[in-house]
Design a protein around this ligand. Structure first.
Ligand code: NAD
Length: 498
């Protein structure tokens, strides 16, 4: 069985642990590798090598860091197909979708390449007689990045690109479900000229994360994952005196007003609900049909669902791959069964889908569509994180916005309408961090920052973009007084040798 390693001090580092996790091929259900859960000696080694490296990387010139990031951008782009294959092998998503996440990750490297502008400080001359003030940004030190399974390249790049640009060392603890893409990123960073120890991959589970949260050698923690874990990471990390940003789960609504183009809305709902098998934190999981449009909209969505091609991510014909684990697949399926029991109407039941051959044992479930869903039903209240789309019927716009704003999550939301005034009112009133107007998955470009409200984010630091630069730097303000040469007896002339 293939044993996955850590990446410590610029090299693959085999583990001596007696705790290992299975890494599956979700398309076949077969265990393809084992991932180590780092014991304390390996955690110590990772942190100490990162600390040593952080000291010199933090002092490296901006041009050195920019050069590494430019080269890294070039290499990730040049290896995008290979990286996508590594993602598909362990995550299961289809190749085109894996390429999509790499593109969004590349954006973050491109943003970080502008570090010369991002790290500029301020200067005020003569704030008092002979006194000037300037501010500067310095690296935080060693940052731990803890990432979810669903974007094994993009989310690590959300963190890593800016953290390194700002002069920090990064210890990435990728999801134990798909740990290999992070290892390939480590190799490409080394090839880009990144000094050893500046980027570490430490493999492990929740216990390893717990050790990093307590470790005095870690200065800041960037976390992306489910809400209960995000909440606990935030409180444990801040209690240990660390800077923490913790992004959690979601329940993203797509509000469709009566004047919307129903064909466009149906296309968007299908791609946003079932793309990546619904395993996206910005996936649309609830359509809110306002007024009398629910029946035609549901018919249009169901018609498109019939054409969805479900199969292994390695098959170029597949549009939707398997879920990440058998347990997760079964849990997703149980929500469809539960919805019917709770009085909702199952319009399309994905549980009936069955693939053949090697894929018969894969973690597949078909796409489901459920009508007449209401708050209080588990299918509405819980983040399902699978290909299940609920439809809630709302009589008016007011009912729709009240529903969205009462939800515990506030990650993404979208409104579909032809009415600019209604869209403008919605963007002002809605309590979510990322809003799309006729855009179903409004993930901000890398020049902005990503983050939800309410239980979708703990702390106040959004991820990547300008907020990422703020998170990965500490500012210092220097107040300076120099004696005026005219009134001073101090010789400020150029030092003379004779
Ligand atoms: P998860 O919370 O199970 O795991 C995330 C990370 O936390 C992994 O690295 C895991 O090893 C670690 N972890 C697991 N249990 C832990 C524990 N008890 N203590 C400390 N660390 C622990 O999430 P997942 O299933 O990998 O990913 C899916 C979730 O991530 C969904 O809820 C999704 O909405 C969310 N997500 C959010 C965003 C966002 O930007 N808000 C982006 C992607 C995914």
């Amino acid at each position: 069985m293939r044993k996955i390693t850590h990446w410590i001090n610029g090299a693959p580092t085999p583990s001596d642990t007696d705790r290992w996790g299975d890494v599956f091929n979700p398309a076949t259900g077969v265990v393809q590798a084992q991932v180590p859960f780092a014991p304390s000696a390996e955690i110590e080694l990772a942190v100490s090598s990162a600390r040593t490296a952080a000291a010199s990387w933090g002092l490296s010139s901006m041009s050195t860091r920019t050069e590494v990031l430019f080269s890294f951008r070039h290499l990730v782009n040049a290896h995008r197909d290979e990286l996508a294959e590594i993602i598909t092998a362990e995550h299961g998503k289809v190749h085109s979708d894996a390429l999509g996440e790499i593109s969004r990750g590349l954006e973050n490297i491109e943003f970080a390449c502008g570090l010369g502008s991002h790290l500029r400080g301020g200067f005020s001359s003569q704030v008092s007689s002979g006194v000037d003030v300037n501010s500067l940004r310095q690296a935080v030190g060693v940052v731990a990045g803890i990432t979810p399974f669903n974007f094994p390249v993009m989310v690590p790049l959300w963190m890593t690109a800016n953290a390194l640009a700002c002069g920090n060392a990064m210890i990435l603890k990728p999801s134990e479900k798909d740990p290999s893409p992070a290892m390939r990123l480590a190799e490409l960073l080394k090839e880009s000229g990144l000094p050893d120890g500046v980027f570490t991959v430490l493999q492990g589970d929740g216990d390893v994360v717990g050790a990093l949260l307590e470790h005095p050698g870690i200065d800041a923690v960037s976390f992306v994952g489910s809400t209960p874990i995000a909440k606990s990471i935030y409180s444990r990390g801040t209690a240990a005196g660390k800077r923490v940003q913790a992004l959690g789960g979601a329940k993203n609504h797509m509000v469709v007003l009566p004047d919307a183009d129903l064909g466009v809305a149906a296309d968007s709902a299908v791609s946003a609900a079932y793309g990546s098998a619904g395993e996206r934190c910005m996936a649309v999981s609830v359509v809110v049909a306002v007024g009398e449009i629910a029946d035609p909209l549901i018919a249009a969505i169901a018609e498109r669902m019939n054409k969805l091609v479900i199969g292994p991510g390695t098959d170029p014909a597949s549009e939707m791959g398997p879920l990440i684990t058998r347990q997760h697949r079964d849990k997703v399926a149980s929500y469809v069964a539960g919805a019917a029991d709770e009085g909702a109407t199952v319009v399309v039941d994905g549980r009936t889908m069955q693939l053949e051959g090697d894929a018969a044992d894969g973690f597949f479930v078909g796409a489901s569509l459920i009508d007449n869903v209401r708050p209080g039903m588990a299918v509405y209240d819980d983040e399902i994180f699978g290909p299940v789309l609920s439809v809630v019927r709302a009589a008016t716009y007011t009912e729709a916005i009240e529903l969205v704003n009462a939800n515990q999550y506030g990650n993404g939301v979208a409104i579909f309408t032809r009415d600019g005034g209604a869209a403008r009112q919605f963007t002002a009133e809605v309590t979510c961090g990322m809003v799309g107007v006729n855009v179903p998955i409004p993930v901000p470009v890398a020049t902005y920052s990503f983050g939800g409200w309410k239980d979708s984010l703990f702390g106040d630091a959004h991820m990547y973009g300008p907020a990422g630069i703020d998170f990965y730097t500490r500012t210092k303000v220097v107040t300076t007084r120099w004696p005026d040469p005219a009134s001073s007896s101090v010789d400020l002339g150029f030092p003379k040798t004779r």
